[in-house]
Design a protein around this ligand. Sequence first.
Ligand code: CA
Length: 230
Amino acid sequence: MKKLIHIVEDDTSVKKLLEITFKEYEFNYISSESKKNAMLMFLSHSPNLMVVDLGLPDGDGKDLIKQIREISKIPIIVLTARHDEKEIISALDVGADDYITKPFSVNELLARIRATLRRDIKDEVLSDKFTCNELELNISTRDITLRNEKLKLTPIEYELLKYFILNANKTLTHRQILHEVWGTGYQNEMQYLRTYVNTLRKKIEKNSTRPEYIKTESGIGYRFGFTKES
Ligand code: CA
């Protein structure tokens, strides 16, 4: 069945580009040009994914995301003209799954949409085993294997890698990761995170200076998911 994408964008040319793209790639879509209309359309159409512009005529797209998150786990990709890390970080912190900056390439947007939809489907499957390329996490035995060999991990390394695997293909901010893995009060301990990411990379990457699993999103955080270095 075709997935329904909800476009929330007031810029007519960007909106048109998205509509043409989605039509061509066999997605159904609905569009809203304001926060208020977006909420009404969301409630009446139950879309599968939202693409949300942050600068809307009747307010901030982040407020819309906050409202949606109170009632739904729908995948949300933020579209921002502002090449502003702070904006991106706060959108991710209020619950967006990913972001893309304008001007964007259609291929990149489609890749992110597919990855986000895949992750959403995975969430629905009740399983305690998760794989990402040659990595496999088994939640009940607390083992993570790489090419069928058990990794030797400290408890924090395990928690961090587990969090990455469960949130694959999603941009995660430093604060989110620190809060989820280390807990309240550790949100600003960037150095902890950097150190643990380095040791994890040494354990799972073929070449830790050119990581294929844990990618750095400069100034924002990390993104886990396997993409081959070319
Ligand atoms: Ca706008």
